[in-house]
Design a protein around this ligand. Sequence first.
Ligand code: UDP
Length: 263
Amino acid sequence: MNKGKKLYEGKAKIIYSTNNKHLVIQHFKDDATAFNNLKKSKVEGKGVLNNRISEHILSNLEQCGIKTHLVKRLNMREQLIRRAEIIPIEFIVRNIASGSLTKRLGIPEGTILEKPLLEYCLKNDALQDPIVSKEHIFNFEWATKNEIKEIDKITLRINDILTGLFRGIGIKLVDFKIEYGKAWNKDKDENEIVLADEISPDTCRLWDSKTEKKLDKDRFRKDLGNIIEGYQEVARRLGIMPEISNVKEVNFKKPSSIKFKKK
Ligand code: UDP
């Protein structure tokens, strides 16, 4: 697989073309941003950890029948993914009140929600990703009724799978954000909806089940320190990189199930 030119650079990732028009390479950077880019910093090793954690989670979801953009991890910082036309909505699932929900509606932090709450935000940095209703989505044709129906179902299933996966390693899944896109399915010769996003401590709130210690990007947002240690703890409990105490460019032991192609 040849790496081509840079197609897009976002806050935490870069996308490169490949010699296959249906595949692109996703590179995980160490950059951390919060509060709509007002707070920025480099967190050394974050990209490496998110690459591994997200690969692990998306592979688990694939095993449960969820379609994702992930093809395979290529190296420490890169994944080969299916090219997808991104639906411009951030899908947020909340199990416990935190973050913007507490600020917007005054719900006390830590309130356990009776059932998962699904929110939609428009992907638009200039407008600070405003929350929108389904009516906005349909009216402005950001997605169709059928697409949202399908995505809602997949999103709640992902929440069930991830809640169980994290509970098994002593972590509460407080909330998370995911995005979807339309990617070409070569067997069916048509586009299909796929999960087209990372799932990592950058995009989830993860609290230790007993102590409620934050193991996610809130360590950066709230200046709690030890950001990378939180991410490493998640990776360690997921059973990936158990031997690692330092995530600078070191050679990890390859899991036997993963074909690891060096560029
Ligand atoms: N989130 C994200 N990217 C965004 C906005 C939110 O990954 O652009 C995640 C965030 O990490 C949290 C969940 O979505 O796990 C809910 O975030 P919230 O609406 O509380 O926003 P915040 O106040 O954290 O920006």
